[in-house]
Design a protein around this ligand. Structure first.
Ligand code: GLA
Length: 344
């Protein structure tokens, strides 16, 4: 058992600004239970609601793990984000094949998508208030003419699988807030493509309510100016914004070192400064931002322990491996407190 927590709760400190969320899985809702309950008021399933996890074969749905997470959110009275309905990864091959093993026809693919969305969104209607409907369809290519990422979705159904997915989700749960979600969202080229996609969906009358900025960041990238420019640009769409997968890796993206077994001197201080400037920015734009979700909760469990460098440990969060607050927590906690004092 963990001892009683003495620091102030993040969800309480930020209650007038935005939800504080964490990605979880069936193991971490147990191993990080008291940390989650104390600091967070929103959850996202790390993998358990993706297509392959829920629907591995055409006639087989596997809801067990997703149900466990939904039950935890209900029990704790936490908000739950759905993640994710359409993606090029973690999606089974059967979806794109017809009965004879050839490429599925467009109508067949869209009908399968509709039926999947009806089933999944319908099942969690009572607890999931928003969905990442479409994840990562924008290209990262530098080539000026690049726009959408090549994928089986695009190949078979053409561009409008995106609009269709939003329409199906809206049909399945008219109350749910529907998001487009992507990474490298602060890169100026990609930002403009994301903006263009969402703008065109809005112009077509597609039901879309939010933009998810994944925010897989590190100590050095992106720059604060690029983050700010991205927030301002997406806010021009008139939609709500959320940071959906925030983590601050202590390594540059192309840093391959594997020698560290704990953070190097100075890293945690740099990370604290970085988190402070990030949360200042988010707090400043709180009218546009409805939730900030970390892609994990504490440094004992992060997908960055394996990616992009196999077996390398990382320390991207506000809480350490034993769930104690890091210097970064202290700095993030100060921001709303200071703002409240200045108001008086
Ligand atoms: C993307 C996806 C997430 C997750 C991360 C890596 O950002 O949206 O669901 O898979 O990659 O963990």
């Amino acid at each position: 058992m963990e001892s009683r927590r003495e620091e102030e709760s993040l969800k309480a400190l930020y209650k007038d600004a935005f939800h504080i969320g964490a990605a979880v899985n069936p193991l971490t809702i147990d191993s990080q239970r008291s940390l989650l309950a104390y600091h967070f008021n929103s959850l996202t399933a790390e993998n358990e609601m993706k297509f392959s996890s829920l629907h591995p074969e055409e006639n087989l749905y596997t809801f067990e793990n997703a149900d466990v997470i939904a039950a935890f959110a209900r029990e704790q009275g936490m908000a739950l984000r759905g993640h994710t309905l359409v993606w090029h990864n973690q999606t089974p091959d059967w979806l794109f094949e017809n009965e004879t093993g050839g490429k599925a026809e467009r109508d067949l693919l869209l009908e399968r998508l509709r039926s999947h969305i009806q089933t999944v969104v319908g099942r969690y209607k009572d607890v999931i208030y928003c969905w990442d409907v479409v994840n990562e369809v924008i290209s990262d290519e530098n080539d000026e003419s690049a726009f959408l990422r090549p994928s089986k979705w695009l190949d078979i159904a053409g561009e409008d699988f995106i609009a269709k997915a939003f329409e199906f989700a809206h049909e399945a749960d008219p109350q749910a807030l529907l998001f487009y979600n992507d990474y490298n969202e602060s890169n100026p080229h990609k930002r403009e493509r994301i903006y263009r996609l969402v703008r065109s969906l809005l112009d077509q009358g597609v039901p879309i309510h939010g933009v998810g900025l994944q925010a897989h960041w590190n100590l050095y990238d992106p720059t604060l100016d690029d983050m700010r420019a991205a927030i301002e640009r997406y806010a021009q769409l008139g939609l709500q914004l959320q940071l959906t997968e925030l983590d601050v890796s202590v390594f540059r993206f192309d840093d391959r070192r594997t020698d560290l077994t704990r953070p190097e001197k100075g890293m945690l201080e740099l990370q604290a400064e970085r988190y402070e400037s990030i949360f200042r920015l988010l707090y400043e734009y709180r009218e546009h931002i409805s939730a900030v979700t970390f892609w994990g909760a504490a440094d004992d469990y992060t997908w960055l322990d394996h990616f992009p460098v196999r077996g390398r440990k990382n320390w991207p969060f506000l809480f350490d491996e034993s769930h104690a607050p890091k210097p970064a927590y202290e700095r993030v906690a100060q921001i709303p407190k200071r703002a409240a004092m200045e108001k008086k």
